[in-house]
Ligand binder design. Structure first.
Ligand code: CA
Length: 224
């Protein structure tokens, strides 16, 4: 998943970012409302965690402008105030949920999961290709029945590839969606992770599923 975290308090921003990254998600941080709005408008996120009291543009205004532009990305407001008025105002402006600070990361994570489930009824939980079986909900990977252990980052990479199986995925797409907006796609980090993923997914099997498209990126597909 790709998540935008708009929060001016560095401590909270870092702790939320770290928490989501440990779960294998990709996080773009923004320190004020303007930067948050800019990223939300230009990039594609699965969810936005949006503080209300922000410099430059407050959270209400960010949400209002995004919704006015037809952006339907789920939003969870973070608020230091727990007055009913604020909650009602946030929900009226198009937020999907809110969380009162201070909060435990596990609570935020559970809210995000619940929010994404609501919109995901029709999407697949399990994707298969050439004997590779990926259960996105349980985060379990098997090939020809054999369980494969992946790190959270490798799992995110595999998820991104298999959700677009038979489509060419560029290094920029991987950089932005698996690592984040600020990630340098020119570094060799992507190759290192792809190689590790390959060893685990294709290493012990006759037919590789992950293929390199020279100078462009990668494709995951069964080839005869
Ligand atoms: Ca704040």
């Amino acid at each position: 998943m790709r998540i935008l975290v708009v929060e001016d308090e560095k401590k909270v921003r870092d702790f939320v970012k770290k928490g989501f990254e440990e779960e294998g998600h990709c996080v773009d941080p923004a320190a004020d409302g303007q930067e948050g709005y800019f990223l939300a408008e230009g990039e594609k996120y699965d969810c936005i965690v949006l503080d209300i009291m922000l410099p430059k543009l407050d959270g209400y205004e960010v949400a209002r402008q995004l919704r006015a532009k037809g952006n339907k990305t789920p939003i969870i407001f973070l608020t230091a105030k727990d007055a009913v008025d604020d909650r009602v105002k946030g929900l009226e402006l198009g937020a999907d949920d809110y969380l009162v600070k201070p909060f435990a990361f596990s609570e935020l994570s559970a809210r995000v999961r619940a929010l994404l489930r609501r919109g995901k009824d029709k999407e697949l939980d399990v994707i298969e290709e050439g004997g590779l079986h990926v259960d996105l909900r349980k985060r379990v990977v098997r090939r020809d029945g054999k369980a494969i252990e992946l790190t959270p980052r490798e799992f995110s990479l595999l998820q991104y590839l298999i959700e677009r199986k038979s489509e060419v995925v560029t290094r920029t797409m991987l950089a932005e969606n698996v690592w984040g907006y600020h990630f340098d796609s020119g570094s060799n980090v992507i190759d290192v992770h792809i190689n590790n993923l390959r060893k685990k997914i294709d290493g012990d099997f006759e037919k590789p599923l992950i293929h390199t498209i020279r100078g462009v990126g990668y494709v995951l597909e069964k080839r005869d």
